[in-house]
Design a protein around this ligand. Sequence first.
Ligand code: HEC
Length: 80
Amino acid sequence: MPEVGNDPCAERSSSPCARTQAYWAAKHADDIVTIARESRAFATAVATAAKAAQFDRATEAAAKMGARCNACHDLHPEKR
Ligand code: HEC
């Protein structure tokens, strides 16, 4: 298993993605928390695939992560 230490969205509690997830969890925005958690999983998948030189898989995971960006923005959690 390659190391993914450089990934800003890796499963570290201090990462920006982890803090995003915790922020919305504190506001009990469960749908937003789900999207944030999925985004982290795809970000980790991109890094893992890229480090294993599996570029097709990295591209696929990046596209899925990008779809989560729009999914979250379309719900406008900042206006709640
Ligand atoms: C979990 C929800 C969520 C996810 C996932 C998410 N965003 Fe956001 N994003 C927000 C919210 C909420 C704001 C507005 C923050 C504010 O204005 O207070 C925002 C704002 C932004 C802005 C600033 C827009 C502006 O008009 O200033 C950019 C750029 C952005 N996001 C890019 C991304 C990208 C790229 C991704 C995917 C890699 C992403 N976001 C994923 C919730 C999310």
